[in-house]
Design a protein around this ligand. Structure first.
Ligand code: GLU
Length: 325
């Protein structure tokens, strides 16, 4: 899980993005970052730790761009670090991407990109995405307004797993593309401006009119307009839904309390944490740990350090050990 925010309009994007991230920090707080278009160039500012750390970054106050994307991370691939923070950019610094979800075939895509001459600087699954977009973008020799969208669509067709994506491109300084599959993303419609978020409450103070995207649908945003496309890039019509609830009840997604909400979120939480480690035959694989049989045979005690619900999960494990040893 992580939080993503986006803005395209006439206001200074960085303030809106950081405020939105603060409201989404419950979704992840390993690192945070924003990317804006500044005078036709991409700016990326990110750091490890909480969203408020962004205020300490040199130059953050000087950003004046009115289009941008932002992310607060809950790491799934690669440790919490600055280099693994989102946004991620491609080698040519043309595309900037934030991602919520897991790319299950990222190893395969990494190998493909490295063979094509790309360098990957982080350990995340996400970094393949901007580079794949660039790969398809440079193959497309036409220069019409949909070249950016075609490249994003082709890259998404290669992805297995879950994603909510926001993408900006320095060649399209007045546009943003968003898409999703199995990860949440909503589009808030304003007057001459549009907002993106992982959940409704983070942007409910700006608008009550929302577009919802189905899996594999694309939105091509400009300040005054949003075009929607299906998975074959056929234009589709969408209407807004008006939200009547207040921010607190929408944060609970209709559940009576947060505890009940968390209980119902468990299948998604499990899928997002270990889903990419499960192979089709039901085995759980943690290749990156590089444990040999000999290493495992030397382990005679496991410590589980946890509190809250995780403590109860740990106690269940402890109980199993008593029975099996
Ligand atoms: N899988 C991505 C990462 O580890 C995104 C995680 C998230 O959804 O925060 O960077």
């Amino acid at each position: 899980m992580c939080g993503i925010v986006g803005y395209i309009g006439n206001k200074k994007a960085s303030d809106i993005l950081i405020n939105g991230l603060i409201r989404l920090e419950y979704r992840g707080y390993d690192s945070a970052g924003i990317s804006t278009i500044e005078k036709n160039d991409l700016s990326v500012m990110k750091d490890k730790g909480r969203v408020k750390n962004l205020y300490n970054l040199d130059g953050i106050d000087n950003l004046s761009g009115t289009i941008g994307i932002a992310h607060t991370r809950w790491a799934t691939h690669g440790k919490p670090s600055k280099e693994n923070s989102h946004p991620h950019i491609d080698n040519s610094k043309t595309f900037s991407v934030v991602h919520n979800g897991i790319i299950e075939n990222y190893n395969e895509l990494r190998k493909f990109l490295i063979e094509k001459g790309y360098t990957l600087y982080s350990q995340t699954d996400t970094e393949v995405i901007p580079n794949l977009i660039h790969y398809y973008y440079k193959q497309d020799k036409s220069s019409d307004s949909l070249r950016f969208l075609r490249a994003v669509k082709k890259a998404c067709s290669d992805l297995k797993g879950s994603f909510a994506l926001e993408i900006i491109c320095k060649d399209y300084p007045d546009n943003m593309i968003v898409t999703r599959k199995d990860s949440p993303l909503v589009i808030g419609k304003g007057e001459g401006e549009n907002y993106i978020s992982s959940d409704i409450p983070a942007i409910l103070s700006f608008t009550r009119n929302f577009y919802l995207l189905n899996d594999f649908e694309f939105a091509f945003l400009s300040r005054n307009n949003i075009e929607f496309y299906d998975s074959n890039l056929k234009p589709i019509a969408k209407s807004t839904q008006s939200i009547e609830w207040n921010a607190t009840s929408s944060e609970k997604d209709g559940y009576e309390d947060f505890m009940l909400k968390e209980i119902y979120e468990q299948p998604t939480a499990i899928r997002e944490t270990i889903g990419s480690k499960l192979s089709e035959d039901g085995k759980c694989e943690f290749e990156e740990l590089n444990f040999t049989k000999k290493d495992l045979s030397c382990i005679n005690r496991i410590y589980i350090v946890a509190c809250g619900t995780a403590m109860h999960a740990g106690l269940v494990r402890k109980d199993c050990d008593r029975k099996t040893l």
